[in-house]
Design a protein around this ligand. Structure first.
Ligand code: 9MG
Length: 274
């Protein structure tokens, strides 16, 4: 399977890693905007050296309770980072929900949009359709500030799969070719531990539609609930979750710890090489 990301083609016959680059004040704290950008660029370059195929640059946290960031502030955070990494020749994804940020990021060299709202904001679909870049459509129930209050589903797997399939079809109808689309069940976005575990166990129901599946479980609170560990101590749990996702059909895993994840996936790929 190939994912077309602008001038790049990502070969997904083997699972790949998307490295998380948060350019938010709590991430590279805090020598001011330039120092934050420089630290984020250095961090992303290290991730590429460690084997990340994609670096996902975000300037607004989607964690429950995180502050909403105005568009100009988000642009000031992410654009210098995207420009520098795109100049390096990296496949840069922009993690944003805002069509204005999508358009500016694409102009700055981003090759993918990662949208936790699956391009449902007014103008988002058009922003991506007007380009040749890839999109990751993620499922979220509710809004970031309240989504973990009381998530409810009739059948979580069917509802998430139906939503993602519908959004992918809407993208295709708007002119985004099938080989530019990836989908993501959105672990932790309006989901209990039980919902997340069921989605992970039955990920094939989503992979079966034929779009590459992105899975993001790295350091998430479900892993904290299962292990009792703080976020910085969740590497073993994150590796187990990434491997479980790949075994069940994920093509890309979105992670903080690139080197360890690449090692784990290389072992898995060697076992499964024909
Ligand atoms: C931005 N963001 C946070 N968690 C995520 C996940 O699981 N998937 C994607 N695509 N983006 C995420």
């Amino acid at each position: 399977m190939i994912l077309r990301c602008g001038r790049y083609e990502l070969d997904l016959r083997k699972p790949e890693v998307m490295g998380i680059v948060n350019v938010t004040p709590d991430s590279f704290s805090d020598g001011g905007q330039f120092a934050d950008a420089a630290a984020a660029i250095a961090h992303a370059r290290r991730m590429r050296d460690e084997g990340a195929a994609i670096v996902d640059v975000g300037g607004e946290s989607t964690r429950p309770g995180a502050d909403v960031v105005p568009e100009d502030a988000e642009l000031a955070r992410v654009l210098p980072v995207i420009e520098a990494l795109a100049r390096d020749g990296a496949i840069v994804s922009v993690d944003t929900m805002k069509p204005g940020v999508m358009r500016a990021a694409i102009a700055a060299g981003a090759s993918m949009v990662n949208d936790v709202r699956a391009l449902q904001a007014s103008g988002a679909l058009e922003a991506v359709a007007a380009s040749d870049i890839a999109v990751c459509l993620m499922h979220m129930q509710g809004e970031p500030h309240s989504m973990q209050a009381e998530p409810r589903y009739g059948d979580v797997v069917t509802e998430v799969a139906t939503f993602l399939h519908g959004r992918a079809r809407a993208c295709e109808a708007a002119g985004i070719a099938r080989d530019r689309i990836a989908v993501d069940p959105g672990f932790g976005f309006g989901k209990t531990v039980a919902h997340n575990l069921r989605l992970l166990r039955e990920l094939r129901a989503i992979a079966g539609f034929g779009y590459p599946v992105v899975a993001g479980l790295s350091r998430k609170s479900t892993l904290g609930a299962l292990t009792g560990r703080a976020p910085g101590e969740r590497l073993p749990a994150s590796l187990a979750a990434a491997l479980a996702a790949v075994v069940n059909g994920a093509a890309i895993v979105r992670v903080h710890d690139v080197r360890a994840t690449v090692d784990a996936l290389n072992v898995w790929s060697a076992i499964h090489a024909v």
